[in-house]
Design a protein around this ligand. Structure first.
Ligand code: PRX
Length: 633
């Protein structure tokens, strides 16, 4: 692409950044990958990873959309994340630097992290956890969360991490759906100076879940918690027993064996269990981190997400370790005790790459430049953004105030389902604030109309992905039909993947993601399904029916507005609305709490009874409600 011809507000990388990048020439690598996709990934998989046994075939597309990658190969992602580093000088390098909200710090070298993972793997093995089992993990952002995930992967069990911001009902439904036999949790987590009582919430779920045999609890906050004798065990007690042997074998897995499931919200009520595998996920997530964030041995990488979401799975836990990088993890809130907390840590730990969400940037922007300006942020060389479209104003603030106009911003578009970055710049690519630029090498992205024809430049259409990639989800756990239906049926003739986002493509082929086309709402970058919030509302005795929509918000991207029809006998009042908000908080978690509740007598529905959320959205925002011909009443 000729730089001279690019339209709009373009930020070009400096020659130094281009020269030092792993991939200085995006176009050449993209062309190579497009010409021979299996050849491209096969070459990377051989060069950068260790396999117990090589593959027979890189890509098997004979049963699409159930694609297989690295067919018949044997591997374990933990072998690549930890075991192999024990043979090199990497073993003495910091794998993880942690700071708690109260200021406590811990550093684990690769060797120390491996030691803990081996011991904990022995512990869960002794409890009968083995290949193919499911283990639910429900914890705060602490090193033991990483240790627990890696220990599961090491013994071949699938972890199912449930974000610590979810509550009892959300945890219970995810335990039940996965038939987990073990729950790993902690007494509490520090957030904004307060304790989130995770063990109490977990007790509420485990008492009702049928399958959990054992609960392991990490002591973090030290407050009094209820431990059920025989079922519940303290992590530190188990790790002090002879069964916690540091001599633990890493299970030999098939490349296509499941590594984890991760629940994410969709259009209908039940959350979807996205399934990722050891082989393809390892190759894709590690390669995207290396190329997009240009990971070098001296970097201190900070992905400020939570391991409870895909961003943390791929870019806090697995890919930094596979790359032998140093990761930083922070437990608490960015504004605790003051809005300079993040900048203070960038200076203290000499963070070189910071990856966060637009909502966090907008939130910190509100406090003004004087907070970051007090610190030396000159260690930073690259910045990143993920989770929702970044508005150009926030992009420019991040670029100017945090990045001193020298750090390119990698705006990465991807999903729980995709496992790794899909639309993203590399450091060598010219940037346009608000655009995630183009497909990663080998990823064929387009924006199309109802028929699948490309739309004209700058027109809105469906985002589609036209080629498979190694880290793609393999299925929805125990629900292959829904996998085909949700993601592959809209453009089944063409065999394209439908992410569920709308987008535009400009004259330069740059993609501008607009937002979801389904009933998924992004609140502060968190992905929430309207259906799950609605069922939390109707579980309250006063509510007969409800509809939930997202309303645009300057900092959080969207906030939740709920409409409720009350049961006969219930009386509408301000205090009832407050009670309903709190009810959603208890049932689903604080992140799902509606900001606004409107108690109504009826809801706009189609003649077949489907709630017309677009009518509610238009009304709320004072817009034209559009075509009402399908409205029942
Ligand atoms: O709508 C897109 C938005 O987040 C959705 C995926 O959410 P989740 O599975 O929770 O994964 C989030 C982190 C990978 C997408 O369908 N999204 C994610 N990144 C971006 C984005 N929207 C615009 N720009 C992005 N960079």
């Amino acid at each position: 692409m000729s730089d001279q011809k690019m339209t709009g507000d373009v930020y070009y990388p400096s020659p130094e950044i281009v020269q030092s990048a792993h991939i200085p020439d995006f176009d050449a690598v993209h062309a190579e990958a497009t010409a021979d996709l299996p050849g491209f990934w096969g070459k990377i998989a051989s060069a950068d990873f260790e396999w117990y046994k090589p593959w027979r075939k890189v890509l098997d597309d004979s049963n699409a959309p159930f694609y297989k990658w690295f067919v018949d190969a044997k591997v374990n992602i933990v072998h690549n994340a930890l075991d192999r580093h024990m043979r090199t000088a990497t073993r003495n390098k910091a794998a993880l630097i942690f700071e708690g909200e109260k200021g406590d710090t811990r550093t684990y070298t690769y060797q120390q992290l491996n030691h803990e993972v081996c011991k904990f793997a022995s512990v869960i093995r002794s409890m009968g956890v083995s290949k193919g089992d499911r283990v639910t993990i429900y914890m705060g952002r602490i090193p033991e969360l990483m240790i627990a995930m890696l220990a599961c992967a090491k013994v071949g069990a699938m972890h199912s991490v449930v974000y610590g911001g979810f509550s009892t009902e959300a945890l219970l439904s995810r335990i039940d759906d996965s038939d987990s036999k073990l729950l790993i949790t902690c007494d509490g987590a520090w957030l904004r100076g307060k304790i989130i009582k995770l063990k109490d919430i977990a007790n509420g779920a485990v008492d009702r879940a049928g399958t959990i045999q054992n609960v392991i609890c990490v002591k973090r906050t030290g407050h009094e918690v209820e431990m059920v004798p025989g079922r519940d065990h303290w992590y530190h007690d188990l790790m002090a027993l002879p069964i916690a042997s540091a001599d633990a074998e890493t299970e030999v897995m098939d490349a296509e064996d499941p590594l984890f499931i991760l629940y994410t919200s969709g259009t209908t009520g039940r959350p979807k269990a996205i399934l990722h595998t050891h082989g393809g996920y390892m190759v894709g997530s590690a390669t995207t981190l290396k190329w997009v964030f240009d990971i070098k041995p001296e970097d201190v990488w900070w992905c400020a997400a939570d391991p409870g979401w895909i961003t943390g799975h791929s870019y806090i836990v697995y890919s930094p370790l596979v790359n032998g990088a140093t990761s930083f993890m922070y437990e608490g809130a960015p504004t605790f005790p003051y809005p300079d907390r993040w900048w203070k840590m960038v200076e203290k730990y000499k963070i070189t790459i910071l990856y966060t969400a637009p909502t966090a940037i907008r939130g910190l922007m509100r406090f003004g430049e004087s907070w970051p300006n007090r610190y030396d942020l000159s260690s930073l060389r690259l910045l990143g953004s993920v989770g929702e479209p970044i508005n150009p104003e926030a992009w420019k603030w991040y670029h100017r105030v945090i990045g001193a106009e020298k750090c390119p911003i990698m705006d990465t578009w991807w999903q729980t389902e995709t496992g790794n970055f899909m639309i993203t710049p590399l450091p060598s690519v010219p940037l346009k604030p608000g655009s995630a630029t183009r497909g990663f090498p080998g990823v064929q992205i387009d924006v199309v109309d109802e028929e699948g024809d490309p739309v004209a430049a700058n027109e809105e259409g469906f985002l589609v992905i036209k080629s498979p990639w190694p880290a793609m989800m393999r299925t929805l756990y125990q629900d292959p039909d829904r996998y085909v239906d949700v993601y592959w049926s809209r453009f089944s003739e063409q065999g394209w993947y439908l992410p569920g986002d709308s987008a535009k493509k400009d004259e330069d082929g740059y993609i501008w993601v607009i937002g979801r086309i389904d009933d998924v709402i992004k609140v502060s970058g968190y992905r929430l399904g309207t259906a799950e919030i609605e069922s939390a509302l109707v579980s309250h005795p006063a509510v007969a029916e409800s509809a939930v929509i997202g309303v645009p918000d300057e900092v959080r991207g969207n906030i939740i507005k709920a409409y409720c029809i009350l049961n006969a006998g219930a009386t509408a009042s301000e205090s009832l609305a407050e009670e309903l908000k709190a009810h959603v908080g208890t049932e689903m978690g604080p992140i799902a709490k509606p900001s606004m509740i409107e108690l109504v007598d009826s809801l706009p529905k189609t003649r077949s009874g489907k709630i017309m959320r677009r009518v509610l959205r238009a009304q709320t925002m004072g817009q034209d409600v559009g075509d009402l011909s399908t409205l029942a009443d």
